[in-house]
Design a protein around this ligand. Sequence first.
Ligand code: LLP
Length: 404
Amino acid sequence: MKYINNIFTIEKSSLTKIIKKFETPIFCYSEKKIIENINNFKNSFKSFSPIICFSTKSNSNLKILNLIKRNGLGADVVSKGELMIALKAGINSKKIVFSGVGKTRPELIYAIDKNILLINSESKSEILEIESIAKSKNKKVDIGIRLNPNTDAQTIKQISTGKKENKFGVNEKTFIEISKYVKSSKFLNLKCLSVHIGSQILDYKPYQKMLNVLDKLIKKTKLNFEYIDLGGGMGIDYNKDNKKFNYRKYNQIIKNFLKKYNSKIIFEPGRSIIGDTAILISKIIYIKENSKKDFIIVDAAMNDFMRPALYGAEHKIIPLKKTNKMINKIYDFVGPICETTDKFLTTNKFQKLNEKDYIIICDVGAYGSSLASNYNIRPKPAEILIKGTKINIIKKRQKLQDII
Ligand code: LLP
């Protein structure tokens, strides 16, 4: 994805071609970039060839999931809907893990009927529910227990999951108690120890601490796990300041861990696979001048792309056509929704913008379309997948009459 003759271009498709053909806002993905990310991820850990279950919540577009499946990944799901879409994308049920703190009985029944790889459970009550379903079907169900390792992931507070005050997983004491129970059950198979400490993690050290906690627990309990599910969370360089996650170090600490334990590693990456593979194109509707700054009112809003409003996340904004006429002026890029948090970014220096110009919001592949809503009765945007000069519509823009 780069500028060619001052026009932003994805693979071999210039975005001027896209804005002539499609309405905005629109999500555009690069197929090549998705495949490149998958291969890089696989290569980073090739010495122990983990099972890689793509985190469906980060992007649940059926066509994207199918592309990911064709490139060898499984899925991590957190609801019946995600499990259904992963299966529809062709992902083998034996490559699917089901996580989440509140899986309902109908969801668990569905997962058990589909014979998925693992149900990662997060409470004693849920274990009892799974056991009762398994008993009624006279089946033995493969289980993981999610540990809350009380590890600070040093990421945004709202997306941190591994500390004791977070609702996720169980503490060590409960883990030991539940594992004893599962071991003695005729209908449950304890196969996995799972963890996930948070998202957008850029430092490998929290993972090191997490692995030390696992190490101690396994030593203490002398339990044998066929699988260790380390979750996802590896961050990406949103600010383009070269703060990249150190895969080499992470690989090394896992390799050291595996010298002691003969388990298969499972990963559940979302953002690191899909985050930087897409942009959101938006058109400037109006420019409202103010004494201190100009409001650049664009046709995308927080319902289309939620991260800035929800977490204060900063996503770079760049022009679709570069002019190099830079001005030192404060621009507030905002959407049309009636909320003050419906704002994408403030910039101090940008090229001079005019009404009807197009801008690009960067790195929206993860938690972009999957978090979109119909707030203010706004239809969700279309999504296109670019492969060289080919443009495939992978989701049509919602129709207002369908929502209404
Ligand atoms: N596994 C589990 C159990 C998870 O809860 C998550 C994300 C993942 C894997 C994938 O994490 P990733 O590799 O994508 O970091 N909406 C927020 C992120 C929420 C993450 C929730 N769990 C955001 O836009 O930053």
